[in-house]
Design a protein around this ligand. Structure first.
Ligand code: SIN
Length: 354
């Protein structure tokens, strides 16, 4: 039984060519895409889960998705198959969530910064600059009540949140060192679709330009934008070092993910299958959290070895100036994120920290 999905580039072209809206095309894909969940011949999987994501396989997310596939297929003897589509092969940032809601894919793991624009702005709290001292502090949020509450809120959009996991801390790149707020003035910086990140760039004196991840390298290469931010594993695997001369190790913000599925699919699974899938996923996410730091360190090592990008460590005073420059973002974005969420965040961060 074929699985018909609409790759991003084709679907955009098809939408233009047919005059049909993108939503109509996605709906058409979704009606076909539900077919693999029906029973199938014994030699073929009974259920095929399509896991779409936008990054390379050699990243924490790519490796976690592949680990999940192996675990599910091993534990079900292939009765449940997982097809992983990395690198925005199927859907990019702009449409993967919609594709999930329509059932055209079964699992996605967008960065937490990308939930605000689907009506869940509280997820943007993770984007507050210089919020987390380290990944343990992140865990106090994601693995506690606040994390559970955030995942439960996904129901408002017909989604089921299955868990959080890390990429790591973001660094700044451009064709110049970015060590002090003054260095950002006048730069067009690519950002994810998060108002908090946009405000952070404005506070530094840059102009934020929201672009899909899959368009970022090209935009840097052609000068549409001057710089960007990302953990080093994303910078390296997208070969951004070929189009950015400088990487400044600012560690100014966190990049993490939530794995989400569609309520309709989740409810259609029987309890034992749901349990196998959930267990495999939790193990894959633990694995991702264990390797995330190492993947970023590895990418930094490879970058240093290649020697084409200048890598800058910040002095404490430079970091302090940057931290000070972005402080207004907390106040400016409090009403978007929600003061109650921010209070709960502060409480979670202080729990066990003293
Ligand atoms: C990702 O890691 O999923 C992409 C992050 C980005 O859009 O910058």
């Amino acid at each position: 039984m074929p699985v018909i999905c609409l790759p991003t580039h084709l679907s955009t072209e098809s939408a233009k060519a047919t005059g049909l809206g993108r939503r109509a095309l996605l709906t058409a894909a979704a009606s076909v895409a539900t077919l693999p969940h029906l029973g199938m011949a014994t030699t073929r999987p009974e259920i095929t889960l399509r896991f779409s994501h936008v990054v390379a396989e050699e990243t924490p997310k790519g490796l976690a998705a592949n680990r999940f596939k192996v675990l599910v297929e091993q534990r079900t003897g292939g009765r449940i198959a997982v097809q992983v589509y990395p690198n925005a092969q199927l859907y990019g940032d702009l449409d993967e969530m919609q594709a999930l809601q329509l059932g055209a894919v079964d699992l996605v793991a967008p960065s937490l910064s990308k939930f605000g624009r689907i009506g869940l702005p509280e997820f943007e709290l993770f984007d507050l600059p210089f919020l987390f001292e380290n990944l343990n502090a992140v865990r106090r949020v994601t693995q506690g009540n606040l994390g559970n509450k955030l995942l439960t809120g996904l129901q408002r959009q017909g989604l089921v949140g299955l868990g959080f996991f890390d990429n790591g801390f973001k660094q700044m790149s451009a064709n110049r060192p970015l060590l002090e707020p003054i260095d950002f003035v006048g730069l067009r910086m690519r950002v994810q679709a998060s108002r908090v990140i946009a405000a952070q760039m404005r506070a530094l004196g840059a102009r934020p330009v929201t672009l899909a991840f899959s368009e970022t390298r090209q935009a840097l290469a052609t000068g549409v934008v001057d710089g960007t931010e990302n953990p080093v594993s994303n910078f390296w695997t997208q070969e951004m070092h070929e189009v950015q001369s400088d990487l400044s190790l600012t560690d100014h913000g966190y990049l993490g993910y939530a794995v989400v599925t569609n309520q309709h699919l989740w409810q259609s699974l029987n309890n034992p299958d749901r349990e196998i899938i959930n267990q495999a996923l939790q193990e894959a996410l633990t694995f991702a959290n264990q390797i995330a730091d190492a993947q970023n360190d590895r990418a930094l090592g490879l970058l240093r070895q290649l020697g084409t990008t200048r890598i800058h460590a910040l002095h404490d005073s430079q970091r302090a100036h940057m931290r000070q420059a972005v402080q207004p973002v907390y106040q400016q974005l409090a009403s978007r994120i929600g003061q109650d969420w921010i209070n709960a965040l502060q409480a979670a961060l202080h729990q066990g920290s003293g």
